[in-house]
Design a protein around this ligand. Sequence first.
Ligand SMILES: *Cc1c(COP(=O)(O)O)cnc(C)c1O
Length: 405
Amino acid sequence: MKRHEFDFDNYFKRYPDLNGFYGRYGGCYVSDELKEAMQEINDAYFTICKSTRFIAELRRIRKDFQGRPTPISHLERLSNKYGNVQIYVKREDLNHTGAHKLNHCMGEALLAKYMGKKKVIAETGAGQHGVALATAAAYFGLECDIYMGKTDIEKQAPNVSRMKLLGANVIEVTEGLASLKEAVDAAFKAYVDDYKNCIYCIGSVVGPHPFPMMVRDFQMIVGVEARQQFFDMTGELPDAVVACVGGGSNSIGIFSGFLADPVEIYGVEPLGRGEKIGDHAASLTYGEEGIMHGFNSIMLKDEKGEAAPVYSIASGLDYPSSGPEHAFLKDIGRVKYDVVTDEESLDAFYELSRLEGIIPAIESAHAVAYAIKLAKKMKKGSILVNLSGRGDKDMDYIIEKYGVR
Ligand SMILES: *Cc1c(COP(=O)(O)O)cnc(C)c1O
């Protein structure tokens, strides 16, 4: 691949712009009250997070508490099975708490501490973000309120226990379908009522500006480490980089390291059970432009033009939109977005476990499945996959439903 014709000089300074736009996507579509709160976070971000003290403290935490840098592993047996293409994984499953989410939660909670806030607030769906934020809050001695739908609380008992053990208050939301969307609404409402004392910590590169930018910047460490490590290991850059896309935080993290390089980049969305609306959550592939949760991006809509119902075996991927920067990177043609079904991701889940001794999160298995397909097509070269998390959380469910294949 040649260098992309889009000019990536100073990309991270130019995008987003001052109003939080990546081209036409992004922005801050919220009530005036919430706008004020977002402005406060934005101002704090540019003064505090760019200070040498903040940067030094975050660097120390990443090393001593999170266990960074996470390594890159060469998947020799898997690569050999599918031909000559060499597949590598960036091991975010080895990050403390077992996934990449702690990268932005530690950053957000450290910002809360520097801003003098007493409490962090967030929503959670499957509980992964809630657990990561509860961990960060415990580390910094902050109060932590996690809003979670009643339906999800019943489905995700182990994560509810983890959050409670870590000292968080898990607040049950019973409105509507009592799931992620209602939890977001309830958490934002609680935040507006008390924003002087607390800070909202979003779980991905979504939501109103400045969240997509902040979360990207905290996740960028994945791409920065990976680029150097891959080069040290092989003397080259990878030919392709692959990551799964839910809201889009682990993917933007690793992509950030390679945007200006002659490297093909692929974002993998969940096709679930198939192409019918309600059977998948492939928002960038099948969606259209629209605003939800305070930002403009590409989203899946129902016939009324509202957020469509979504499904994926991977609960971390079932969100009807994706971060605005992904919509932008798709439009300018820098990143290709494609899909993988439940079935294909399950095959990769079993295969990575058996051949490499790594049980991946079912979200991350989507990226591995895509890398296998790509390896068959490419014939030669190398692929670097972001292994966003470990599969302990999925193991029991998958064995009960699909057995040991
Ligand atoms: C939450 C989660 C995802 C999806 O979120 P992104 O913001 O798209 O990264 C992917 N993998 C794991 C392990 C997760 O916990």
